[in-house]
Design a protein around this ligand. Structure first.
Ligand SMILES: O=C(O)CCC(=O)C(=O)O
Ligand SMILES: [Mn+2]
Length: 323
């Protein structure tokens, strides 16, 4: 653990010595309970809703909508979200239809591969956060090269899978969560290994490294935050200006934007997973014959309430390979 690496950028992370949990017998799995300084979870939520869904990043809506229609999901949804009455059945805004966004090397859900031909610049702020967290956990040379952002609602789940499309398993998989809570199941190397259930709350960071890098895992349920508030209190803090005044990458969330984010988070959870794809000095293998899946991977990976309950349960019992 590099104490200095954690302290260098106080705006990102509180010292997480007291909150870094290792799981004995679960090699390389680490859990950091909300290490973010007050107000900084807001920054990442706003990036995930307003900035990262923009082009050239890729999202699920691109599969059946034109580029013009998906150019600025935030602008197209903000008024609709702002006016939304809680608990009323209303048409969903585009932001509420967002299920995933890919960053950097864009994961191909059909081939289950990354490709050097489909790569855009990885966001520098998220790369920095990831590299700081990785370094503090003992992974000095981690390079944030691909990201999958998952957007969940109370009726969403993520099927059992292993993230194995990356080419360097010696590098950890980092996962950051915001908003409502989740039940996370950590299995083992074999699909039938009994899972360890745990809650993931807003601000928590999960690191899967070493042996646990290739463990099966799933998110069977999104649950309301345990405080019983509309959004967890850690999201209600405003950033401490003194800590960030020198930081040019920080954009102050204005209150209007935050009102929209809060509305969204009342029934949602956002998860950012960050991966290193290529080993240093390694290049992508030349692919001569790409096997296409008969069914889109999208369908088995991201599940929501449009499927009936029984179907969903069966899906959770079916391995859904993922990156
Ligand atoms: O939402 C989570 O906590 C897990 C996400 C995940 O496993 C993935 O994107 O591969
Ligand atoms: Mn995963």
């Amino acid at each position: 653990m590099q104490k200095e690496a954690v302290r260098q950028r106080a705006w990102l992370i509180l010292s997480f010595y007291p909150t870094l949990h290792y799981f004995p017998g679960v090699g390389g799995f680490m859990f950091i309970s909300d290490p973010f300084l007050p107000g900084w979870q807001r920054y990442w939520v706003k990036q995930c809703l307003k900035i990262y869904p923009r082009k050239p990043n890729v999202c699920n809506l691109d599969l059946h909508m034109s580029r013009e229609e998906t150019t600025d999901l935030w602008e197209q949804s903000r008024e609709q979200l702002r006016l939304k009455a809680p608990g009323k059945r209303e048409a969903k805004s585009l932001l509420e239809k967002l299920r995933w966004v890919t960053l950097g090397y864009h994961y191909n859900w059909e081939t289950k591969k990354y490709s050097p031909d489909h790569h855009t610049t990885f966001p520098t702020d998220l790369a920095h956060l990831s590299e700081q967290v990785a370094a503090a956990c003992g992974f000095q040379q981690f390079k944030a090269e691909a990201g999958i952002l998952n957007y969940y609602h109370f009726d969403s789940s993520l099927g059992i899978h292993v993230d194995e499309s990356e080419m360097d398993y010696s590098k950890p998989l980092l996962s950051f969560s915001f908003g409502q809570s989740a039940v996370f199941l950590l299995g083992g190397l074999k699909r039938q290994d009994p899972p360890l259930p745990m809650f993931i709350h807003s601000g928590d960071i999960v690191i899967m490294s070493d042996r646990s890098r290739l463990f099966y895992h799933a998110v069977p349920r999104i649950v309301p935050n345990l405080e019983g508030r509309a959004v967890p209190s850690c999201l209600e803090n405003t950033p401490i200006r003194d800590n960030c005044s020198a930081d040019t990458s920080y954009q102050q969330s204005d209150e209007d934007d935050w009102e929209i984010c809060m509305k969204y988070l009342q029934s949602s959870r956002i998860n950012m997973t960050v991966r290193q794809v290529v080993r240093v000095g390694q290049s992508f293998p030349v692919v001569l014959d790409i096997e296409k899946m008969a069914d889109s991977q999208l369908y088995s990976y991201h599940q929501d309430a449009t499927e009936d309950h029984e179907h969903k349960r069966q899906k959770l019992e079916t391995p859904a390979e993922s990156p």
